[in-house]
Ligand binder design. Structure first.
Ligand SMILES: Nc1ncnc2c1ncn2[C@@H]1O[C@H](COP(=O)(O)OP(=O)(O)OP(=O)(O)O)[C@@H](O)[C@H]1O
Ligand SMILES: [Mg+2]
Length: 383
């Protein structure tokens, strides 16, 4: 295989790994539509990888996996349950070399009572920094001022009797980059990282939800400095609407959360939570976050910056792209949509490159076609 081909292949493989992780994460969050979107991306990338495989057998295996993931996407879109091992065929195809960070993680949420160790959630600092985050200038500035700087020189802040921020709540529509910026924050801080979905805590992971939560915080405190990311906080600390009482377990969970947050004060632990539904969060839990930051859909400047992030490792004639036009045409798209637009444009250019057997850079035309074929995920959200 030529060097260029193998570079292309490894690029696609890392793209596949990224999409597959996103899909599994969305599935775990119970977001079937989002999972389906990412499975479809996996399918497209796998088809490209298949074409680059040197042996017929490997090509066949890639295509087989693509077919399975396509079926999984169909089922998810039609609210049908997935046959449990349907999307796991990867390991048996031998193509799972890059199958991502979920390995060794407990399969929380399936309720089979498996005893799992919360420390399995602990990860090394993510390999992401603010340089990988397009736009979001205000948000990055706030995090630098309020979180990073105080943690880096606590004595100075102490001098002025100003505390360190231990709790940050990010809220905003899906796909706007809440998880992504949290990973970049952990990367900037070079902190250990724990990412917990609400379902990891509420499911029968270890025991009761309150106990799971307490263990998760304990792992964070034992592995300082650490960033503990608790996604879907509304499912952990829900406000009860219409005056109905919280169940015993819900109250216990919230009480535990408030206690843990207090105990974390003064430690080298930052708790970041994210939600799409800020109105559904219990008022006391809401107040416990020192910083509550809205993550809105990207504005025009951010849309350009996010696209550039996702195009920067691809052949592209940046100067020949009419960015103003692209920014305007992507109005209403989320950051995750823009990531998909960038890879769709790359795939379109690659198709031409294959036909002409030389590198064809991504141009305005490819981006426009990609925008045309990508639906905004925020449209459904707004309704
Ligand atoms: N500022 C950004 N710059 C570059 N890429 C971004 C940015 N924000 C998000 N992305 C891309 O969009 C993808 C989805 O973002 P992310 O999962 O963080 O959204 P989210 O707000 O957590 O969504 P949800 O509410 O559904 O959990 C990321 O994997 C990343 O590739
Ligand atoms: Mg998220």
């Amino acid at each position: 295989m030529s060097l260029e081909k193998s570079a292309q292949k490894s690029h696609f493989e890392s793209e596949y790994k990224n999409y597959r992780e996103q899909a599994e994460r969305a599935r775990k969050e119970g977001n079937a539509k989002k999972a389906a979107r990412y499975y479809r991306q996996c399918v497209e990338v796998l088809q490209d990888i298949a074409e680059l495989e040197s042996s017929g057998r490997l090509t066949q295996e890639r295509l087989e996996l693509a077919k399975n993931l396509n079926t999984a996407a169909d089922r998810l879109e039609n609210d049908q349950p997935l046959v449990s091992d349907e999307t796991d065929s990867e390991s048996s195809t031998g193509s799972g070399s890059g199958s991502g960070g979920n390995e060794g993680r407990p399969a929380g949420g399936d309720g089979d009572g498996d005893e799992a160790d919360p420390s399995a959630y602990l990860e090394d600092p993510p390999d992401l920094s603010f340089g990988d985050v397009g736009g979001m200038t205000d948000l990055k500035e706030t995090l630098k001022d309020q979180v990073i700087d105080p943690l880096e020189r606590p004595e100075l802040y102490e001098e002025y009797n100003l505390g360190v921020v231990n709790g940050v709540l990010l809220y905003g529509p899906p796909g706007t980059g809440k998880t992504y910026i949290t990973e970049a924050l952990a990367g900037e801080l070079d902190y250990n990282y724990i990412e917990a979905q609400a379902s990891d805590i509420t499911s029968s992971l270890v025991g009761e939800a309150a106990e799971n939560m307490s263990e998760m915080f304990e792992v964070a405190r034992d592995n300082q400095p650490c960033l503990l990311f608790m996604d879907e906080i509304e499912a952990i600390a829900a406000e009860r609407s219409g005056g109905s009482q919280k169940t015993m377990s819900e109250s216990q969970m919230i009480t535990q959360f408030l206690t843990e947050m207090s105990e974390t004060k003064g430690e080298d632990v930052v708790v970041v939570s994210a939600t799409n539904l800020p109105d559904e969060i219990d008022a006391a839990a809401w107040r416990r976050f020192d910083e509550r930051i809205e993550v809105p859909p990207p504005d025009a400047t951010a849309r350009g910056a996010i696209l550039r992030v996702h195009l920067r490792e691809r052949p592209v004639l940046t100067d020949e792209i009419e960015w103003d036009q692209i920014k305007e045409r992507t109005d209403g798209y989320s950051a995750s949509d823009l990531e998909i637009i960038a890879s769709t444009a790359a795939r379109k250019a690659l198709k031409e490159a294959r036909a002409s057997d030389e590198v064809v850079p991504i141009t305005q035309k490819h981006l426009e076609m990609a925008i045309e074929s990508t639906k905004s995920s925020l449209e459904a959200w707004d309704k």
